[in-house]
Design a protein around this ligand. Structure first.
Ligand code: DON
Length: 576
């Protein structure tokens, strides 16, 4: 092994042994030579999902297998957002390549542009009305989750499809013990708003803490999906039950809508930032564009952020200034890319963003009415969510956000299916300039059209460093999604806080409208001197209630560190 002259030999031997010693130490603290990471890891919204993921890893499954199984499992145990009656997005990093799966709901073919506008033609039907976009059958978009999970499984799965649905079937059949958090959401105002309007209470009115909750109808549907694949949902008995329920209650979804539904592989948005490569959600999400805009504009104004303490009034002002511009672009340019060309490259172009960042006002809030969309192009005229993050020991990663939109979606359970349906139609802009339940406005680009996907804010994201996964992150929270992710990322990489502290830190939100309003969360309220400083700076404060449930995994030197947001009931585990 060690030849040549004594001097040379000694020097080489020492060097060789040092390398071997280092490799030995490194392997104890990091991944084995056959794997990229020391362990798999998950950050998921409940304990049942964590158990499901671990069972899948124990069977040799990869991150995508675990993700599919977790998605089905949450459809049973996390009914406020987990679903097969909704849709979402999955960002995947697999064998060193990035992918993005769009399984967002679509507007039914019978949907019309003005379907949520009242007879005066000037007002949107109130959100609490059964004919509106938030509650009841007309608010439901064609669900995408089952097609999405199937597409992910077909492309990347190692285990058999039925193995991925077994845990969900088990939870539906044997039941699961309801915890305090779920019981309190199921009896909160979020659920009470369905009273007398939908059949929600018949199905979920008995969610009491400490009791075992079984869902035999949902179990039967899951068994059909396990046996028949997506046909177990989009065709045959399940589809017939959904369509019958829709026709009996003024809903629009037809057999053709279900049969036509396809999940779509899209090119993820990729951008370089701070030595990382961001892989994130393209349209029909606004989230990826917005996240890149936020991170890059903050970076461009780094001198103004220099020495500004995290979450001080000055910090909030500077971030709000950037957010104003992001939301102005969002309202004008973002929508379904299958219906017109969204100017994604232009919106994240460095030169464009430098111009936008230069408009940030240092002296006080910019006049809201003057902050308009920034591209020099015509606006094209036509052309309760949950997140989980998973890495496997091979270095693959899944960042998945899916949703029913509001808590428990439309409140409609399709009769004899146990399937809670979404109210995703509210993510369209029902009338230009009129805010939806998330308070965001839109224009023609996000107007209702048959078969169109409503604009989303969901931002499942993966950060890479030198081609390896560095951070997997996402959250629910509607229009707060990308501002929450932005804040956590900035806490980690700009303020060098640990991931746990970064996720646990106070978050705030501004979205152009209402003017100069900074939203705070009860978890960490803006009060006292900070509130007074923001008042002096020209801001109004408003309680936004819920502000996200981040599930994130940071990977350093091959060691994954999963963190669940203390705001939710999320659970992290390290698996095989
Ligand atoms: O797609 C969207 O942006 C919304 N439907 C997400 C809704 C949401 O995050 C609600 N969660 N709390």
């Amino acid at each position: 092994m060690c030849k040549k002259s004594v001097f040379y030999r000694t020097r080489r031997c020492v060097a060789l042994w040092m390398v071997l010693l280092f490799m030995g130490i490194y392997q104890v603290a990091s991944a084995s030579p056959r794997t990229a990471l020391t362990h798999s890891a998950v950050a998921v919204p409940d304990q049942f999902a964590a158990d499901t993921a671990n069972a899948i890893f124990a069977k040799g499954g990869n991150a995508v297998d675990a993700a599919v199984a977790v998605a089905f499992s949450l459809a049973v145990t996390y009914p406020e957002a987990g679903n097969i009656g909704g849709g979402g997005f999955m960002t995947v990093y697999f064998k060193g390549k990035p992918y993005f799966l769009d399984y967002r709901e679509r507007a039914p073919l019978k949907a019309t542009r003005d379907m949520f506008v009242d007879s005066s033609g000037k007002k949107v039907i109130a959100a609490d009305q059964p004919q509106g976009s938030v509650i009841g059958h007309r608010s439901v978009g064609v669900p995408g989750t089952v097609a999405g999970m199937w597409a992910a499984h077909k492309r990347f799965g190692k285990l058999k499809w039925v193995q991925l649905i077994e845990p969900a079937i088990d939870y539906a059949h044997h039941g699961f013990v309801v915890d305090d958090a779920l019981a309190s959401i199921a009896t909160s105002e979020n659920a009470k708003r369905f009273a007398g309007k939908t059949n929600f209470a018949e199905h979920f009115g008995k969610l009491q803490a400490g009791t075992t909750f079984k869902q035999p109808e949902l179990e039967a549907v899951l068994k059909r999906i396990a046996a028949q694949g997506p046909k177990g949902f989009y065709a045959g008995k399940t589809a017939a039950l959904i369509v019958t329920d829709m026709s009996a209650n003024g809903g629009l979804i037809s057999a053709q809508d279900l049969a036509d539904y396809k999940a779509v592989w899209r090119t993820p948005i990729q951008a370089d930032w701070n030595g990382f490569q961001i892989v994130t959600a393209p349209p029909p999400s606004s989230g990826g564009v917005a996240l890149v805009q936020l991170l890059k504009m903050k970076e461009m104004r780094r001198e103004d952020f220099q020495g500004v303490p995290l979450n001080s009034a000055r910090y909030m002002h500077l971030v709000a200034e950037i957010e104003k511009r992001v939301f102005a672009d969002r309202a004008q340019y973002l929508g379904d890319p299958d219906f017109y060309t969204v100017p994604v490259h232009e919106l994240i172009d460095e030169h464009y963003l430098a111009g936008r960042a230069s408009q940030v006002s240092l002296s006080g809030p910019s006049d809201t009415s003057k902050v308009v969309a920034g591209l020099n192009i015509e606006s094209p005229e036509k052309p309760q969510t949950t997140h989980f993050s998973i890495v496997d020991k091979w270095g693959n990663a899944v960042s998945n956000t899916y949703t029913l939109n509001g808590f428990f979606g439309s409140g409609v359970v399709a009769e004899k299916t146990g399937i809670l349906l979404n109210d995703e139609m509210d993510d369209f802009s029902a009338l230009a300039g009129v805010p939806n339940q998330m308070g965001v406005v839109g224009t023609d680009t996000n107007a209702i059209e048959p078969g169109k996907r409503p604009l989303s804010s969901m931002t499942p994201t993966i950060f890479l460093k030198d081609g390896k996964v560095a951070l997997v992150i996402g959250t629910p929270g509607g229009s707060r999604i990308f501002t929450s992710i932005f804040q956590v990322v900035s806490n980690v990489y700009d303020f060098h806080l640990g991931l746990k502290d970064s996720v646990g830190a106070m978050r705030f939100h501004h979205q152009l409208l209402p003017a100069n309003t900074i939203f705070w969360e009860p978890y960490a309220p803006i009060s006292g001197q900070l509130a007074a400083d923001l008042d002096v700076a020209g801001y109004y404060l408003a309680n936004q209630g819920f502000n996200g449930d981040i599930q994130a995994i940071r990977v350093q030197h091959g060691v994954p560190e999963p963190v669940s947001d203390p705001r939710g009931r999320g659970v992290t585990t390290i698996g095989k």
